[in-house]
Design a protein around this ligand. Sequence first.
Ligand code: SF4
Length: 730
Amino acid sequence: MTVGPLWRKLRSWIGESELLSRERMGKDSRFGVMAADTIPDRWVQTVCGYCSVGCGMYVGVKKGEAVAVKGDPKYPVNEGKLCPKGLSEHHTLRAPSRARAPILRGADGKPHPIGWDDALDLFLGRVRSLQSRYGSAAFAVLSTGQLVTEEFYALGKLVRLGMRVPDFDGNTTLCMASAVAGYKRSFGSDGPPGSYLDFETSDVILLVGANIYDNHPILTHRLAKNPKKTVIVVDPRASKTALLADLHLPIRPRSDLALFNGLAYILLREGWIDRRYVSEHVDGFDALREHLAAYPPERVSEITGLTPELIMRVARLYAEAKRPLIAWTMGVNHSDQGTETVNAINNLALLTGNVGKEGASPFSITGQCNAMGTREAGFTSSLPGYRAYDDPVSRNELARLWGIGPEELPAARGRAYPDIINAVIDGRVKGLWIIGTNPIASFPNLANTEDALSRLEFLVVQDGFYPTPTAERAHLFLPAAIWGEKEGTFTNSERRVGRVRAAVPPVAGCRTDFDIILDLARRAGWADRLFPGWTTPEDAFNEWARVSRGRLCDYSGMNYGRLDREGSIQWPCPDHDRPGDERLYSSGEFPTATGRAKLWCVDWAELPEEPRPEFPFILNTGRTVEHWHTRTKTREVEILETLSPEAWVEVNPRDAARLRIRDRQRITLRSQRGSVSGIPARITETVAPGQVFVPFHFFETNANALTLNTFDPLSREPNYKQCAVRIEPV
Ligand code: SF4
């Protein structure tokens, strides 16, 4: 389906954004307090705390309170633009639901405020008790992509070297794990090779399962700066991003892997590949050629619902482009075939030699503001610095840097997020520390998650807000500072490290995650070993920069002074004199044992839950621009709640007519696992017949009551995007 470009609409949106940041600031109290007595007396430079675009901004402060936000015109990511969430972010800081004291659930089952000393001593005592009775694996930790890198680095050391907890993961597994696993398999390491500049310099941009208009809004601004591009959007839904495309491919749900195999088939058949690049830098060519024989355009057409002519047209556009970019987000990752789909994308880039070139790369756009920081410096999918758990050379090097024996380092990653939840259900994990995430709203199959949390002997939740659907179930709650109150760094999707600054002190009664981690280590007697001489996040950054030296994600040329002077720096940055603008893999060298990348033979498979007569619709889930994740923050911002106050269900007009559903009529969605009632229907052609779409932000009408707990076998990322449901009128 060819869709006329709607750039005028996009420009008008960007114009509105600019208008908001430059003119309405000062007039509309919902976007930054604009009465004369609240004009900021100073502006604090920082980076947005929502998404991985990582926009630079200033927070306006008046008499110690954050009263406004404006875009940083010199920041290379956003050049002064901000989306509605960024523009109103200061309103989250003093929201009524900010947590202000540790809370202990008493014998009466009710929450009672307690002091910090009691809370932290009780925390350590309960963890010791669980571990002594059931073993160290009886306690597990789930973190987030919202902390600063310094906190991830410290948390990893505390959890894995201090508490000796083997199972430590985060909500980034619900988001980017398939991109991580796919990169590791194809290129030998995690690390996105793309840069946002590619959106401006590529001539063909293939956006796969990436509704950037809603999810990464400022990237549409970067696209709009590119006068010569052809934008192809692969998405079963006619999202706002699809409406901006030159070509929209409305594929059947989760058939993208077959599409990429089919495109690779055509590239090979037509000889549209870079034979020299493949022979010099890539393994697995002969096996892939044989494997792709099963993906001729006719079969791919049957699987995807696209015509063979359209598939051929896309293959030609990609092959003839000088700088083709493939960028993807959750439409690819939120699948039980996510990792293999990433490999099929990487295959295309490798066959054509389009890796690590300006404008041309396979580029996974991350989700959270600092998902990258946890991937690089945390202890989740790898040891800090993308070191493999099972690589003795890397382990020895890391142990030497930390002054510990290599046997003290874990030899394997712990359970991933879904397997931690399963281990809670089967009784192997008895205690859980959840930091900055909200699984009751965000983890698939709500009934299963509720069951898991109800079985815990000890649930600690650490968050900036109370109550949340997860926090109100905690035995112990620790109130944490949030964006705007903390110092550190975030790393965005394009590997750009930006300085995060405290505009205001933490709300009275709460502490930064960094201080909580250090205080726990001090009380447990681990501080000298784990955090020698540390008092500030800068101490953690300096150690992390040393630990990253020589690794792909090399931060060793950075320090706070340089970041403060230059604003932001991309890794790899191995030298204080180098700008940090290098791309990954430009030389064709890859961090594998052979130095060569690998082509993977991957096969499309049927959906894990196909529609059937009792549940005839495929449910797709996604986001809207006004909200962030489970709305813990954005529901506190009046303008965002006003613009988007509740969930909705998109239903195709033909289905609506057949079921006699009117626009805005409230309906029930039911799957085999649960139901959601009272969501208004939007009768719209954005979804194909047989499909429905629901945004997942609204825990009041929780889309995860419906979703499947089926996971990618390689990355353990959930298959959030497809399950079978039926519609019932209310
Ligand atoms: Fe913040 Fe992302 Fe919006 Fe930029 S695009 S202002 S980083 S939420």
